[in-house]
Design a protein around this ligand. Structure first.
Ligand code: ARG
Length: 398
């Protein structure tokens, strides 16, 4: 039997040409694998067929939307994961899932190599290959654009020569990656970081500057997972879709960021992640209400580490898994409701309640009912400040 390579196939020009290009360069049969992570756009069956028309020996389509939401997005939400405090890891979350299915498909269909359409400059190549290495170390990874010098011009030429059924009429000036957790847009005029983004870039969000009536929603969480909006239950994937709709309408979750890539480059990125930003805000505030102080503080450092590791392609690493265990443990009491007001590009928390709340009205109030014994504060402060006091005496020479 001929050797095989499984290609992560998007249906676009690069990976369509990549099928023939890989076959010519390696002599291997090419299996195309397309994954639905809620990116929308073309019908997956059309994409499956196109791979065959472009010369794939087999073409598989995998609907991984629910798994993506349950096993990748929800852990990110529990981690309030924002790389550089702003980017909700949209692309970074989908790569390990795609890699998992590349490895699985390779095993099932007898391939010794996997391939992806990334360039040699980005994070995604690292995420794919590091994930594949962690799952199936015996597999080899190859990237036609990076390793076989498949440039865009060559791709267009190849497609024309071979009569490949790919629409390439209007070439988008941007490089876009999208899934249900958000959209990433780069290149084109955005490469000058002084250039302001234009309305055209956005598809998940409406213009936040247009005045609209605010929307108020109550989001119910169960152990860190959002499970209902205004009393209506949703699965994780439907929750994210519904919040994209509600928050997207108010232009929430637009991000314009100069980002530190793993490969050392700074790049300018535009993101939109309406559900992501609204849900993280709600989740974080519920943690403020329900987490014991030191857990809440310590978790921030873990969150940052988690986000950085996932950004850098280490989803399947031992440390990342250990951080997941810690994060999961913290979510035990993160149940309750958050009221969000959505308007003008912002999701603002206006109320929170929980049966697991650590907020004690009688301790917090300045009115009658106060049960806090202020007389204890005086002695507490004496001891709290004692080390500083001793040290200050030394530096003042006493
Ligand atoms: N810079 C982002 C990241 O590393 C987005 C990458 C998106 N990929 C793309 N082909 N546009 O996660």
């Amino acid at each position: 039997m001929a050797q095989r390579v499984v290609l992560a196939y998007s249906g676009g020009l690069d990976t369509s040409v990549g099928i023939g290009w890989l076959k010519d360069a390696t002599g291997k049969e090419v299996v195309a694998m397309a994954i639905d992570v809620g990116q929308g756009g073309e019908d997956m069956e059309v994409i499956r067929q196109r791979a065959l028309d472009c010369g794939a020996v087999e073409s598989v389509v995998i609907d991984a939307q629910a798994e993506f939401a349950d096993d990748y997005i929800m852990p990110a939400l529990k981690a309030n994961a924002l790389y550089q405090k702003r980017y909700p890891l949209v692309s970074a979350l989908s790569r390990p899932l795609i890699a998992k299915y590349l490895a699985k498909t390779a095993k099932e269909l007898g391939a010794d190599t996997v391939a992806h359409g990334c360039t040699g400059k980005g994070n995604d190549q690292v995420r794919f290959e590091a994930s594949v290495a962690a799952i199936s170390p015996e597999l080899t990874s190859i990237a036609p654009i990076r390793d076989l010098a498949l440039t865009r011009d060559k791709a267009i030429e190849y497609a024309a020569e071979h009569n490949l059924p790919i629409a390439q009429s209007k070439k988008s000036p941007y490089s876009v990656d999208q899934n249900v957790w958000g959209r990433a847009v780069e290149t084109g005029f955005l490469e000058d970081p002084w250039n302001a983004p234009i309305e055209d870039l956005y598809t998940y969000t409406q213009d936040p500057d247009v005045l609209r009536e605010p929307t108020e929603v109550i989001i119910k969480f169960d152990q860190g997972i959002p499970v209902a909006i205004d009393g209506v239950s949703y699965s994780a994937i439907d929750m994210v879709k519904k919040m994209n709709e509600l928050a997207g309408f108010h232009g929430i979750g637009r991000i314009d960021l100069v980002e530190d890539r793993l490969v050392g480059i700074k790049s300018r990125e535009i993101y939109e992640a309406p559900a992501g930003i609204a849900l993280i805000q709600a989740h974080e505030e519920l943690e403020n209400l329900t987490l014991e102080r030191d857990v809440n503080r310590f978790k921030k450092g873990i969150e940052d580490k988690w986000a950085t590791m996932v950004y850098e392609g280490l989803w399947f690493s031992d440390l990342k898994r250990s951080l997941d265990v810690f994060i999961d443990h913290t979510q035990h009491y993160v149940s309750g409701e958050i009221r969000l007001k959505l308007r003008g590009g912002r999701a603002v928390v206006t109320g929170r309640r929980s049966e697991q709340s650590l907020y004690d009205f009688n301790l917090a109030t300045y009115d009658t009912g106060d049960s806090f014994d202020s007389s204890l504060a005086k002695g507490f402060i004496e001891l709290w400040a004692l080390p500083s006091k001793i040290s200050a005496k030394r530096s003042h020479g006493k």
